[in-house]
Design a protein around this ligand. Sequence first.
Ligand code: COA
Ligand code: AMP
Length: 644
Amino acid sequence: MQSRYFDVYGAWQQDPEGFWREAATAIDWFRQPDRIFDPEQGVYGRWFVGAETNTCFNCLDRHVAAGRGEQAAFIYDSAMTGTKKSFTYAEVLNEVKAIAAVLADLGIRKGDRVVIYMPMVPEAVFSMLACARLGAVHSVVFGGFAAQELAARLNDSQAKLVISASCGLEPGRVVAYKPLVDKAIELAAVKPENSLILQRPQLVVPLDAERKEFDFAEMVNAARGRDVDCVPVKATDPLYILYTSGTTGQPKGVVRDNGGHMVALLWTMPNVFGVSPGEVFWAASDIGWVVGHSYIVYAPLLNGNTSVIFEGKPVGTPDAGTFWRVVAENDVKVFFTAPTAFRAIRRDDPEGELVENHDLLGLRALFLAGERLDPETLKWAEQKLKVPVIDHWWQTETGWPVVANPVGLGLMPFKPGSPTRVLPGYEIDVVDDAGAPVPKGVLGNIVIKLPLPPGCLPTFWNADERFRESCLEEFPGYYKTADAGIIDDDGYIFVMARTDDIINCAGHRLSTGSMEEVCAKHPDVAECAVIGVKDRVKGQIPCGFLVLKNHVSRETSEIAAEVAGMVRNEIGPVAAFKTVMVVPKLPKTRSGKILRGTMQKIADDMPWTMPATIEDPATLDVVRETLWKNGFAHEEKSVVAPAG
Ligand code: COA
Ligand code: AMP
């Protein structure tokens, strides 16, 4: 079948406002928009100005009213506890109303911020929807982040309430959340007024009513049966804030609106993912990330799908066949995860023997995103699952795919290494550092022409100027993605690397700059550099280089372990900061710039040239030797590229 992609992209190009006006008819509005797009509002314009709606209404109420009440909205499958539970749309609506009643009793009103710091349990998702129902703004914080990161988010969002759980469950350990919440509140300058804590049977914690700590289940049970109406919000009002790594220790609060977000997400379900209402869609991610927000919670519900909430890992819970079990048991039609999960599965089950134990005939497509899809992983996944494997590229800021091979419009030919073509709504250019377009096939900065389509961030939370400076100023007229890549002669996009200090570790976006900030706090550390180095499973892992102060005579291994511990304590275990090396001096240019790029090439066995401006060439030899002793940079393979 010929792909309809070109027709649809062409239609969008001809009349972008008409395209989104038409897409918006799939949403229920309490008040229609005055304008589809108003270039005068916001930082670069706003979508669906004047419209009023409610995201929870569109996710739940209207489906129940239309007869979808008895269909499962969510299937909860915890590979950590063996629990399986299904919730119909009608049941979810009742739960969400009860939670909304509790929040309202705690004084949460339209526009108030609520921080949600929870493991992958249904109550986390219901809490997000309860916020949406009240017009409150949720900010979900991934459970793998430490107290300090949680405190930074409490401060920046000025949250009135924190919703958490007694614990998260990681293989082999119960992660006590309450002490982390307590510490975060202690550290935060702006303290939430109340905390709601979900007690899990694996760890029950004492709650102190005087400190305004309340039991989630008790409160919700007491509120069950209460009717709480959806609060009308403007299409341009914020639905949520999701903090993501920026180039400094201060995370960026990506804002998502209500109207444009719904229109864009709903458009993607049939057109990009090729799923129809009623079918089961599973994004194996976490609600702490954008993939979880968009494709565990909002898009599947908007489209009337059944979404899987999975608590567990692709391997070790209990084995590398867990994903196939969940797909088979629930008749998952379209599955979405990160390439790193497949690399972990392949490491444990190289021949894919566990795939054979399950009936995956219902599965139609696998979508992978979050990091570059290496051709080996792509090939393995295709061979084992025997369905199209679709690489697609996007980021927290965009909220939905920018580049993909859209299943619903009809697949186009694949090119391994490329997520295929730019989707309607986006126009992409590749430019050099001065902003001039580079020829086809040449590597440059990937930029998206303004205005960004509905669903993409309008700004950072309370930080229009920071948004302008970090995303819009460098390339006037464009949004800077901070990814580098190429567009080939056929219009296929290849995303190659980040242009900033962000690394991608196990599908998680991390800032090496913020890790350096923590390392530098150790009293024995004079200087440090953190780079991302290649890892077989996680894609990249952070690797720290420390230069110690002159007077230090302690064991270097002890100091390295302390520094690793500090990063774990201050950023969180998710930083996976375990590789720390001590060197006498960091390689620098004569002007004092640390040569992180060259160090990374050496670590990854990539060709590199001795920078002409290097202060002391011997420092790179020491780095190479140190990496080699630590199992990186195989000396014989490390190539010095010819100069020029
Ligand atoms: N709460 C508390 N701790 C957490 C956590 C959470 N929600 N998530 C991860 N951690 C901890 C882990 O327990 C681990 O701790 P450890 O150092 O004590 O072992 C550490 O953070 C690193 O976690 P992770 O990077 O997830 O590594 P892992 O070895 O546990 O698992 C993978 C590796 C590849 C299996 C796993 O990362 C994975 O499934 N990745 C897919 C990611 C994904 O879905 N990304 C979303 C984009 S689609
Ligand atoms: P996040 O904001 O956490 O979703 O991370 C977004 C970043 O992950 C992007 O800017 C890219 O650097 C990277 N990324 C996501 N998807 C892909 C992909 N399909 N190919 C290459 N890189 C990707």
